[in-house]
Design a protein around this ligand. Structure first.
Ligand code: JHZ
Length: 425
């Protein structure tokens, strides 16, 4: 079980990684480091078995809390070209997300009376899943996403996608060619942005005067309550509560006019933002501010407590799996998710513990997991080999995956859940 893979972050190369010194939102330097996962590989960079494994990149993963505005964030910023230009993750691998985005498109088309003359822009459009729903509903669409490899994948769905990282400068160019957007969406993108102020300026450049910006991303309250330590990785530069977002939008004269909690990705929030600066705070926003205050999230306590529990969780999981191995049980993993790769690296769990991991994304199959080098296979391998236990690394899709694998369970296979607690089903 014990592998000696303690890796050092090493000398930081300027081109690969940079470091911000002050808070991304308020610019204050009162940043408290409350949790360090050590040096971790970017969890979506899957090496080839024959790749140069000695030079696999590892970068520091330390998390800070701004004691001024409350933003939880990383200081180290891995060059987005390394993480996003050739992106292995595709939204369409999960039916839960495809259906979720179908409902979102339906809601927005109805609510904002979208039609063929009104433009919907999706920033971080990935494989075009969300925009394909909008297109089906008769809306004009445009995707913007730095992943060059996904332009063709989106095109197969009839979605035009520009392979660009969104900035204010890009927003100006897009506005010139395509005009302003009635709706701009950004799902699981806002947390990935280093220069948030420039991004928001870009939104203002591109959004029609009566336009709406809809953002969705994991909520810090869920991360703290359920101990979702594995959702911390280099791609996610910010971990948002409502309080710092209000500071941000106020500075840019934008109005957060509604917010909703949604269940995807371990618990997320959806923001509804528009131009103009009404100063009243809506009831939905007040409700979450009250919740954050009740959890004392303006103080360092909940963050230090989270870190303490994360180390305990690591000890418990490693012991739990060691016990199973000692009993001669065969264990594999399900879902080579970015979060799964962080959990495995943080716990130092490799191929001595998990024989393999199955995953639905074809580009992940045939590769090995970042840092831990566990081989990835198609999902069918589970039934072919019938391991005793399957560690559910993509725990956010537990319902979908358990349903899909009824036969494995019927034949005696068991799943191990890790969030919020270790549990066998
Ligand atoms: P999943 C992603 O992170 C990517 P990840 C991103 N960085 C982000 O911000 C967060 O989401 C929120 C597989 N799978 O979605 C597919 C099956 O094999 O939890 C994926 O590889 N069979 C933008 O990578 C993985 O599991 C299935 O039936 O942590 C899930 O990855 C299903 C449902 C999934 O996100």
């Amino acid at each position: 079980m014990k592998r000696n893979t303690k890796k050092k972050a090493g000398k930081l190369k300027r081109k690969e990684i940079s470091e911000v010194k002050t808070c991304r939102i308020c610019g204050n330097n009162n940043l408290l480091e409350f949790f360090s996962l050590g040096a971790m590989p970017p969890p979506n960079l899957f090496p080839k078995k024959t790749g140069d494994l000695k030079n696999e990149p590892f970068y520091p993963l330390d998390v800070y809390f701004c004691q001024n505005c409350g933003l939880v964030q990383l200081k180290h910023v891995v060059n987005p070209d390394i993480m996003f230009r050739d992106y292995i993750y595709i939204t369409a691998a999960s039916n839960t997300m495809v259906e979720h985005f179908g409902r979102l498109a339906g809601e927005l088309v109805q609510k904002f009376k979208l039609g063929p003359d009104l433009l919907v822009i999706d920033i971080g459009s990935n494989d075009g899943t969300l925009l394909a729903h909008f297109k089906e509903l008769g809306t004009k669409t445009l995707g913007i996403d730095p992943a060059e490899n996904l332009v063709g994948v989106a095109a197969e769905k009839g979605v035009e996608q520009l392979p660009l990282l969104f900035t204010n400068q890009i927003a100006k160019k897009v506005r010139q060619k395509y005009g302003k957007a009635k709706v701009i969406t950004a799902t699981n993108v806002f947390a990935h942005v280093n220069d948030i102020h420039d991004f928001v300026r870009g939104l203002k450049t591109l959004l029609a005067d009566d336009g709406v910006f809809i953002a969705e991303f994991p909520y810090l309250v869920d991360l703290l309550e359920k101990g979702e330590l594995d959702t911390i990785y280099h791609e996610h530069l910010s971990y948002f509560a409502i309080r710092p977002l209000l500071t941000l939008f106020e500075e840019h004269d934008l109005e957060l006019f509604d917010v909703r909690r949604v269940s995807v990705h371990g618990g997320s929030i959806r923001l509804y933002v528009r131009q103009g600066g009404k100063k009243t705070i809506p009831a939905s926003v007040k409700k979450l501010l009250r919740l954050e205050a009740k959890m004392a999230m303006e103080n360092s306590g909940p963050y230090l407590d989270f870190a303490k529990k994360a180390y305990t969780k690591r000890r418990n999981l490693v012991e739990f799996l060691s016990d199973l191995k000692a009993k001669g049980k065969r264990i594999v993993g399900y879902g080579a998710a970015a979060k799964g790769n962080i959990l495995l690296n943080f716990c130092n769990i490799g191929p001595e513990t998990l024989d393999y991991i199955v995953d639905a994304i074809p580009d992940k199959q045939g590769r090995i997991t970042p840092g831990t080098h566990i081989p990835v296979y198609p999902e069918a391998k589970l039934l072919e080999t019938m391991p005793d236990y399957t560690l559910l690394l993509a725990w956010n899709f537990a319902d979908e995956i358990l349903k899909k694998n009824k036969e494995y369970r019927k034949r005696g296979g068991k799943f191990i859940l890790v969030v919020p607690k270790i549990k066998i089903v």
